[in-house]
Design a protein around this ligand. Structure first.
Ligand SMILES: Nc1ncnc2c1ncn2[C@@H]1O[C@H](COP(=O)(O)OP(=O)(O)OP(=O)(O)O)[C@@H](O)[C@H]1O
Ligand SMILES: [Mg+2]
Length: 276
């Protein structure tokens, strides 16, 4: 099957001469869960804009669904959530922002209403639907922006830092909603803990806007030298068990670390040789 996004040798230079993306080649298959990680200023958002067709690369091409290089022709299949929710919410009320995508797609009113009510309930927006987006807190805005992009159920989600200002409770809700998304997911984040929670594949953007690594989440997230060279902090469990466990048994998430410790402690307490 054709990749949903196939980018070849993408370079992007801002008008002031800053080269933010250098010769980036990547191909994303349908259904993949990809985290694009990198230090601040490495070029993640620029890559997201180029893949989402919101900027024209200075060199290179992006092909969508094996069909076209014109992002506008597949605009309704790409859910491009920008890093700053203020750039994403532009209607008079939160409800209108959530209704906008489904209305553009011609989704039936009833189906759209049901979907919006469900998303609003999950993301704690039900009582905020009639507010103007600019009268929300930072985390509420971010939740509203995530709800707006999920409301039209795009084939491909390209989410730039969807968790930044979101508190622990709603972070979990966002993670579940993104995890349950049936299409393809790309999340752009500097947090490797989030990458570990969400992704099967991790792409590292190096400090100069080129792709420094691209591979299975376990291989990339346990390569502590590669991560540190690129200004990244390995996931918490990897830092904890670094030098103690091999990559293949390393827990990548807090939940996995907890399970590992419970298993180990259970084993120790049932092993007579360890009883004091
Ligand atoms: N509008 C702009 N004009 C000029 N340079 C820019 C512009 N936007 C970003 N840059 C520069 O391009 C480089 C990449 O920026 P980008 O926003 O893609 O990084 P990022 O990896 O998303 O960082 P963060 O983790 O802070 O979101 C940086 O050096 C940044 O200063
Ligand atoms: Mg960014």
């Amino acid at each position: 099957m054709d990749p949903v996004i196939d980018a070849r040798a993408l370079t992007y230079e801002y008008p002031d001469g800053t080269t933010a993306l250098r010769d980036a080649t990547l191909s994303i298959d349908r259904g993949e869960r990809v985290a694009v990680v990198g230090a601040n200023g490495s070029g993640k958002s620029t890559l997201q804009l180029a893949l989402g067709g919101l900027v024209d690369p200075s060199a290179g091409t992006v092909r969508y669904f094996g069909q076209t290089t014109d992002a506008e022709r597949v605009r309704d299949r790409l859910g491009v959530l920008l890093q700053d929710p203020d750039d994403y919410l532009f209607n008079a009320t939160v409800r209108e922002d959530l209704e906008y995508g489904p209305a553009q797609l011609g989704t039936s009113r009833r189906a759209a209403d049901e979907r919006i009510a469900r998303l609003a309930a999950e993301l704690g927006l039900t009582d905020l639907l009639d507010r103007p987006p600019f009268r929300l807190s930072g985390g509420e805005k971010q939740r509203a922006a995530v709800a707006s992009v999920l409301a039209f159920d795009p084939d491909v989600l390209l989410l730039d830092e969807p968790f930044g200002a979101v508190d622990a409770h709603y972070r979990e809700r966002v993670r579940e909603l993104v995890g349950d998304h049936e299409g393809t997911v790309m999340v752009f984040t500097p947090s490797l803990d989030l990458a570990a929670e969400l992704a099967d594949r991790v792409i590292v953007v190096g400090q100069t806007g080129s792709i420094a690594a691209d591979g299975p989440a376990r291989a990339v997230l346990t390569d502590v030298c590669l991560l540190r060279e690129n200004g990244l902090r390995p996931p918490a469990p990897v830092r904890l068990f670094e030098g103690i466990l091999d990559a293949d048994e390393m827990p990548l998430t807090t939940a996995a670390a907890r399970r590992f410790l419970v298993d180990e402690l259970g084993r120790e307490s049932s092993d007579p040789s360890t009883t004091r």
